[in-house]
Design a binder for this molecule. Sequence first.
Ligand SMILES: Cc1ncc(COP(=O)(O)O)c(C=O)c1O
Length: 393
Amino acid sequence: MDFNGLRQMDSEYIAGTYARFPVAIVDGKGAVCHGIGGEEYIDFTSGIGVNSLGFCDDDWVAAVSRQAGTICHMSNLYYTAPNVQLAKNLCERTGCKKVFFANSGAEANEGIIKAARKYSADKYGEGRNEIITLVNSFHGRTITTLAATGQEVFHKNFGPFTGGFVHALANDIGDLKAKVSDKTCGILIEMIQGEGGVIPLQKAFTHAVAALCAEHDILLMVDEVQTGMGRTGTLLACEQFGLKPDLVSLAKGLGGGLPIGAVLLYAKCEKTFGYGDHGTTFGGNPIVCAGANVVLDKLTDTLLADVQRKSKLIFDAVGKMPHVKSVSGLGLMIGVEFDTLAGRDVVNKCLDAGIIFLTAKTKLRMLPPLTITEEQIQKGLNVLSNILTNWED
Ligand SMILES: Cc1ncc(COP(=O)(O)O)c(C=O)c1O
């Protein structure tokens, strides 16, 4: 089937929730992939921060294939080794005490929300169940995580929402303090608001949030769905801010291409979830966990240092390009703001020239595989620079 045939079938059978780019990808290796007509692309998106090791990393493919041919699934009522091994790896690498596996970022956030409420109910009784999140945040598309999401644009037509969420302004500790009450059990933040436009929180604000949490026994909850798993040059982004969270959600890059979410429970919440408190059929599936173990093993200090080096290369180069107003983000999570140009128009032109970028609001966004080579980065930057230099309206 050619591209037009596929597009026709898509419009006939797939719910029209995505504004897809006019490309169908059929195969890939590392940061390079091919379209249905044989065109070659360098991928600066890793499936929105998912393929941390790029397409089809040899060791990841071997582990996933081996596991698929051994035990593909068993219910969570039984033990499977890849699942337990992944939890051990995550505890050792992040300092959390316990892990609960889910299937997506939204589900991981549902998990940390449940954990925060349960912690508070256990200690203070019912009623202390409010969670403060930030304006312009994004936490997922379920009804509860939409309630947590501080962007009206996602709320239209889907109410009523789960109660118990209050939104405060990012980087405004006065506003946040004003929203804290004797009902507050958690404060949920993204270290960098990804979908909100790749906007990092100010370090001083995050420290003030942590101090507020410590003072009132409010749980510090960090959504690392997009920023986690080496994306910003450390395993978790909150490490770079010097934060010690009580609950962390992970997803996207953890699976390296298969769906997974994880709820990381730190010391305060170690015993919060007991028998029957939470569960899922697929969460922690052995195939997915086998792949995630490879991802985690490959996120060595050397790779994380590479991420930081490659990040600097991109920041330095893009900052000097014409039409660029600002470059934001950390590590390989980068947003580019233009003077008058719309990010999507630039992304479309780059796509025609063989480079795949994303958008975030009006910005161009880069989330390349952590393993992208400097040569591939250079090729992508050359294309972007040429397009911006020769831009004609
Ligand atoms: C910070 C953050 N949290 C949660 C989610 C939701 O993740 P998922 O789409 O896997 O449910 C996303 C997705 O973009 C995200 O960026």
